[in-house]
Write a protein that binds this ligand. Sequence first.
Ligand code: NAD
Ligand code: 0WE
Length: 265
Amino acid sequence: MILKGKKGILLGVANHRSIAWGIFKSLQEQGAEVALTYMNERMKGSVDKLLAEQNITGVELLECDVSRQETIDATFKTIGEKFGKIDFVVHCLAFANKADLEGRFIDTSRDGFGMANDISAYSLVAISKAAEPYLAPDAGIVCLTYLGAERICNNYNMMGVAKAALEASVRYLAVDLGPKGIRVNAVSAGPVNTLAARGIAGFTKMLTIQEKVSPLRRINTQEEIGDAVMFLCSNLARGITAQTLYVDCGFAQVGVGPMEAYKLD
Ligand code: NAD
Ligand code: 0WE
């Protein structure tokens, strides 16, 4: 019970496949009290159903569309009233236009670039700022990222740029909040078959490549991503901040990448 008596908020549960759901279970298993947020009424229905199916009751559910500052402010006002101080914040959401996740990156529109960065990267800054008054002195903030922030990953395009902004934001936020004892980290997950991965060209192939070449020779699970996030939220990670931790079965360290990219023949 690493998180016994600890409280926090998790943004980004959409359904049972969500990485955020794996994180929720890991946090709960270790004794944490976790408030959840949903983007809109449709997502609320999905989260309500999920909690009911699993016989989970008494979870604080709050509406938070990160593109709307007023819903961020309202969320943390409620958190302050109901929880007082919180020990962790987990950011597990992203969005880009489908059209900006295929074809040529050069074709990204000004609006698409702005929107993806706003929802996927700036939101971490806005949430950290809104959470700051309510964060316990040893609190942890964790967000989810992907290898495409640092390497060229086919079709990840605009999201790669947004994740690069997110990872850099983690480092600057860590500097701002470090003097208060608050830590900020990212977990870089390998591919997971979620709603956000559905319909992505070549996704199945990516899973196959990771299965074949990663040191562990398999795909990372929501559960092991959840456990890593849980660790970073906990006091066991008290000396860790401004980091990106890879939970990808070692895939990122295998330099070869997809062999097809070399087209040697
Ligand atoms: P998901 O679709 O289950 O979760 C994405 C969430 O983002 C949803 O809950 C959605 O409601 C939320 N969201 C989108 N726009 C929002 C907004 N304006 N306000 C509030 N919430 C909003 O998909 P997922 O794969 O679990 O994604 C979670 C995180 O994990 C994302 O940051 C994603 O980039 C990251 N990630 C995913 C993978 C993968 O392969 N699936 C790999 C590495 C990192
Ligand atoms: O971060 C992500 C997914 C982010 C995402 C996915 C979508 C699909 C549907 C953001 N916005 C949208 N918008 C939509 O309309 N991942 C790490 C999963 C992912 O997405 C990819 C990947 C991988 C892996 C997109 C292209 C190539 C690889």
